[in-house]
Design a protein around this ligand. Structure first.
Ligand SMILES: Cc1cc2nc3c(=O)[nH]c(=O)nc-3n(C[C@H](O)[C@H](O)[C@H](O)COP(=O)(O)OP(=O)(O)OC[C@H]3O[C@@H](n4cnc5c(N)ncnc54)[C@H](O)[C@@H]3O)c2cc1C
Length: 341
């Protein structure tokens, strides 16, 4: 009979679980209910009991490792923590979020406990056996995997499950004693772009895609790249949306055409770009050609603003298309979002 362990960790605040961890908890609850087996949740945090307050209503057995060492992500301490929790729970299936913190330690942890690992899991299903799916070859081939070997570690891609949302309360967390190895690495601080400069936001509700039309000649015969940049950045600031781009727009720097300086190839969505997951997407000044739209596979509700009534979006690739000038539409949207400015 299977037994399931979900490994979780705290977010940057240190006092709550990360969103990815709560998504893994949802996946674990669903799997345990379907197989009618027990569920254990392991928490890695400086203060596991307080970080676990969101888990009070899960009905799962809660195990935690606590201490100053777990306030920061570090291979030696995180791997030791996960290994200790795995040995304490003795589970056959271990679920964990594919966060940067856990992705780098989990293969090592699986090796230490004699297990096997599969990564980038997008769904867990199966009638009798446990079957998991993941995408290969730039999201074109979906594979269904099973394994007889146990323990089986599964790293879950972000955004594939709703995060667990139960009533907060005092969680009964059993503290597991841990013997830490010598810690050679000290995290002395973080260097990250300012929130304003960070345009790729995987957790955002909305993906805002900028296409090459933003820097093309407009009806007045001129290009308006600076105005386009301001409109896009003001919208991102006001809405918290994540910024995607078409390939044509990010390639333009190399072609000597007007560019939007805050865009890089990391923003590119599509066949040779990324395949982000967001509940909603809005494409602007983008034609909606197939190599771009394949990157929208995991976008829930799709809308587009294009001057071209014959663009790809109008041919069944978007739910709603506004045949309009995106400069005018986004100026109006920004005005509504920021009435004072
Ligand atoms: C092998 C291969 C891989 C590729 N991979 C990718 C990929 O990963 N991602 C990707 O995006 N593309 C990819 N492409 C390129 C793709 O086929 C298209 O060329 C590209 O997506 C076009 O970008 P675009 O729609 O922004 O530009 P355009 O085709 O130039 O379209 C611009 C649109 O903006 C509209 N417009 C202009 N001004 C305004 C305005 N004021 N208001 C509203 N609309 C306006 C125009 O009407 C036009 O429809 C790939 C191509 C190949 C061959």
């Amino acid at each position: 009979m299977e037994s399931i362990l979900v490994l979780t960790h705290a977010d940057e605040s240190g006092s709550a679980l990360s969103r990815g961890s709560l998504e893994a908890v949802s996946a674990g609850k669903q799997l345990a209910a379907r197989l009618n087996v027990s569920l254990t949740i392991g928490v890695v945090a400086q203060g596991a009991a307080s970080a676990a307050s969101a888990l009070a209503g899960t009905g799962a057995k809660l195990l935690g490792v606590s201490g100053e060492a777990f306030a920061q992500a570090r291979y030696a301490s995180d791997a030791a923590a996960c290994e200790t929790l795995c040995r304490a729970a003795n589970a056959t299936i271990v679920l964990a979020p594919e966060s940067s913190r856990f992705a780098r330690v989990m293969a090592g942890v699986a090796r230490r406990v004699g297990g096997f690992i599969d990564t980038h899991i997008a769904a867990i299903g199966g009638a009798e056996a446990v079957e998991v799916t993941r995408w290969f070859y730039r999201q074109r081939i979906e594979a269904v995997l099973t394994r007889a070997a146990r323990p089986w570690f599964l790293l879950l891609d972000a955004g594939t499950c709703m995060p667990f949302a139960g009533a907060e309360g005092e969680a009964q967390v059993e503290t597991i004693a841990i013997e830490l190895p010598a810690l050679r690495t000290q995290v002395t601080g973080f260097r990250a772009p300012k929130q304003d400069e960070q345009t790729i936001r995987p957790g955002a509700e909305l993906l805002f895609v900028a296409g090459a039309g933003w820097t093309k000649k407009q009806p007045d015969g001129q290009t308006h790249a600076a105005e386009a940049g301001d409109l896009i950045l003001n919208f991102l600031r006001a809405s918290g949306a994540s910024l995607g781009s078409s390939k044509s727009l990010v390639d333009q720097g190399g072609d000597g055409q007007p560019v939007l300086p805050f865009l890089t190839h990391l923003n590119q969505v599509g066949q040779t770009g990324s395949t982000p997951r967001h509940p909603k997407g809005l494409a602007t000044c983008c034609h909606g050609e197939e190599p771009h739209v394949v990157g929208w596979r995991f976008i829930g509700e799709r809308r587009a603003i294009s001057l071209d009534p014959n663009c790809g979006w109008t041919r069944g690739k978007a739910d709603v298309v506004y045949v309009a000038d995106a400069f005018q539409v986004m100026a109006k949207v920004n005005e509504l979002l920021n009435p004072s400015s």
